[in-house]
Design a protein around this ligand. Structure first.
Ligand code: CS2
Length: 496
């Protein structure tokens, strides 16, 4: 039996006709940017936009992909010379394409040195990143650098051997100044509001502590544009890898799967040359804020709501949760009645139509997005997805009964994972330990639980946490979510 061939440059010319491939000369592509965090999202988003751009206007914009956290890339993308198959799935339809924009991958999990070597190199004019919300080591409620974060504590004491993203980027900028002094654009592609400003803030906090004029040099020589990024691209499974082998006859250890929809809105604020991603459908704008609110409050807000309430209802994926008539009615009414009125006008987009389009996207049964995956790190997500629209509504004197239910949903999701509540499922959230300790201490009293969790001021800003309307709505919903009939909270909120 012959072994199944693995994807690599030698296979490009022999790919089945159903698989599209780069139309440009990959051998001529040289690196011009680096990307931190080469996960499913990057492979379905920035790398694909870049591949589109290269086929329209070839230029020196190959990507060096770096992982400073697991998984290692050497055995997957590395063995395939950066090539991978990007599958777009929508219900019964699949489209396959090999993406060629990643020219090299670098594993830097054990030490920052390999990452720094790339980031400091004079060839690199741009660093993009998808390092998840918690990668910025900021306090979710304020955006400031979290000086209690263990990696931040470590990096401030050992700036030459950093572990955190802001520590590594600050060190790279410091070394760039000391070597060639070329300018750098650092483009965050994570789902945090004003992501460019948050990144700039955390890097500046590091640089100021480093002294020697570094913060001023960075202010003059680096740019931190904000961006809104969008495409649903869940964690890849063994079945996804096998599906490529079964359908197309080759092995690919770095498959990425996404939905058809994609969007990228980038703030026009660059230190130097930028890839012309607008040729590939991205939009460059002066202010990303309205786009960012729309996306995080509507699409991401709906995802987080369906994820935590979906788990409580025993449902596995987003598409299962939205297929549930009660959850579907709830999420739609929440978005239309309470979220939509908080949005600013968005150039060229109709927010009501966007709500309907987002709900349709979430119904895509070919995208197997696990509710537990979306509920991961909820503490880093609820501010921008739920608490900010709640605050806006309270300022207007408007109701928040529906938006409060998923906030209680996030609390219940972590509480029910604690020992005192039977460890119903494993969770991954930087605040899981804190909420479990609160649950152990407080027991089953919803008022006490809500009150202690609302007192976590790094998530809930004290003004919001003190608001009686909000406290009551969250407490009421939490009591019901923790009862034997969790969906009572959803039903009752709709009746009010
Ligand atoms: C999801 C996002 O896991 C999550 O937090 O809500 O990854 C979401 O799928 C993307 O933001 C869509 O663009």
């Amino acid at each position: 039996m012959t072994a199944i061939e693995r994807l690599g440059p030698g296979l490009l010319e022999r790919l089945p006709a159903a698989v599209q491939k780069p139309s440009y000369d990959r051998a001529a592509l040289s690196p011009g940017m680096a990307h931190l965090g080469v996960g499913a999202f990057h492979r379905c988003h920035q790398a694909e936009y870049t591949d589109d751009l290269l086929s329209r206007r070839f230029d020196r914009w190959g990507i060096v992909g770096i992982n400073i956290r697991p998984p290692a890339l050497a055995e997957t993308l590395g063995r395939q010379d950066g090539l991978y198959t990007r599958l777009i799935r929508e219900n019964g339809h699949v489209e396959a394409r090999v993406i060629g924009s990643i020219v090299k991958v670098v594993d830097s999990q054990d030490s920052a040195a390999p990452a720094l070597e790339v980031l400091v190199s004079a060839d690199i004019e741009l660093v993009t990143m998808t390092v998840t919300e918690k990668g910025y080591c900021h306090v979710p409620s304020t955006g400031a650098l979290d000086l209690d974060h263990p990696d931040v504590v470590h990096d401030l004491a050992n700036p030459e051997a950093p572990r955190s993203v802001p520590g590594i980027l600050t060190r790279a900028l410091e070394q760039r100044r000391a070597t060639h002094a070329r300018k750098l654009t650092l483009l965050s592609c994570d789902n945090i509001p004003t992501n460019g400003s948050i990144l700039e803030n955390v890097v500046r906090s590091f640089a100021e502590r480093r002294g020697n004029g570094l913060a001023d040099w960075i202010a003059a020589n680096a740019a931190f544009p904000s961006a809104m990024v969008d495409r649903i691209a869940p964690a890849v499974t063994r079945q996804d890898l096998d599906s490529v082998e079964q359908r197309y006859g080759y092995r690919d250890g770095a498959v990425a799967v996404g939905e058809p929809f994609r969007q990228w809105v980038i703030e026009k604020k660059f230190a130097g040359r930028m890839p012309g991603w607008d040729l590939a459908g991205a939009t460059f704008v002066d202010d990303v804020t309205p786009f960012e609110h729309l996306k995080m409050r509507v699409l991401n807000g709906a995802q987080t709501t369906l994820a935590t309430l979906g788990v409580l209802a025993g449902l596995e994926h987003t598409s299962d949760a939205i297929a549930d008539p009660l959850l579907s009615l709830f999420v739609r009414r929440m978005l239309v009645e309470q979220t939509l009125p908080t949005l600013m006008p968005v150039a060229g987009m109709n927010p009501s139509a966007y709500v309907e389009q987002s709900l349709d996207r979430l119904k895509n049964t070919a995208i197997r997005h696990r509710n537990h995956q979306i509920a991961t790190d909820g503490s880093q997500k609820i501010v921008q997805r739920l608490l900010n629209p709640i605050r806006d509504r309270l300022n207007l004197g408007a109701g928040i009964g529906l938006l409060s239910v998923p906030v209680a949903g996030w609390m219940a999701y972590l509480i029910l994972a604690s020992a005192g509540f039977g460890k119903r499922w494993p969770v991954s959230d930087p605040y899981a330990g804190m909420v479990a300790a609160i649950a152990d201490e407080t027991g089953h009293d919803a008022r006490g639980l809500a009150s202690a969790i609302l007192a976590i001021d790094t998530i809930f800003d004290p003004g919001l946490a003190a608001n009686e309307t909000f406290r009551q709505a969250v407490t009421l919903a939490l009591g019901e979510l923790l009862s034997g009939d969790p969906m009572a909270a959803v039903r009752h909120s709709l009746e009010q």
